[in-house]
Unconditional design. Sequence first.
Length: 324
Amino acid sequence: MIKSKTKYEASLEEIRELFSFHKLGSVTDISPLGNGEFNSAYKVVLDDGQKYVLKIAPPEGATVLTYEKNMMESEVFWYKMMHENTDILCPVVYVSDFSQNIIKSNCFIMQMMEGEPLWAVKFSDREYENVQKQKIEMLTKIHRIKNDKFGYRQSGLHDTWYDALKSMSGNLVKDCKSLGYETTDGEKFISYIDKHVKLLRSVPCRMVNFDLWDSNVLYNDGKICWIDPERGFWGDPVADFITLGTGQKAPLSTKQKELDIYNETATEKIVLSKETEVRYALAVCYLALIEEVEKYVRYEPDEPNYIRNTSDAREMYDMAFAIL
């Protein structure tokens, strides 16, 4: 697994006891799973051959960002939303255990989905275009799920996207300062939120994943499966275009092809305009602020991921500020 300061390292005894307590069966094999940088995940095989995934939140006392507190409960909620409201293929959660009696952190046990992350599969150009189209269609399905309040479930909902985005960003700036650092870019970003208050108050409230990178989509025998929706929030659906096409360092105007594919099946079309460019740029700033601040709690300054976050955030801010 990727090295990170926030990961809980469960003992084999803890995992065996957890599965026994929830009457799932006797554990025969346990192995670390995935490339996530926040939670721990384990592949657990039982004596009847059944395979499960155990996911564990950071340990009690770990330094995490404000929006990451109780994020595991949110992940279980988003899986539930997808199962109840869409036909998106995603894991079934069998057990949610937030008691911290056996594993000393929040955890859940879910269905093990077969497949490889999209980035690891050697697709032809045509095959890759097809799976990206499927990914975009997934977004149109979750964007049909509406709410009347915006923001993160785990840190408080708000009446408008303006209020939610300002609070979400303000929390990150506070997190940054509490860690002993300043973020002039974060402060500048918040000034742009205020500048566009009228536009942001008119944004629709939809389920937003905000993390649909190729690493969070598994491919198996022609089908794709969605995993790890824990960073979801109620907010602006335009924000989900960050993970599509040219990525997070390019403006929405470079993603006309992805917009066209989206609009083929979307209930509500997203049209490229000055307003949607601004909404998108603000979402990119928010991701830049996350990457800027999270490196302080996850990595040491000489680690590659710390350097990556620093570079990514700079490029995102520069692109977005040029639009705003």
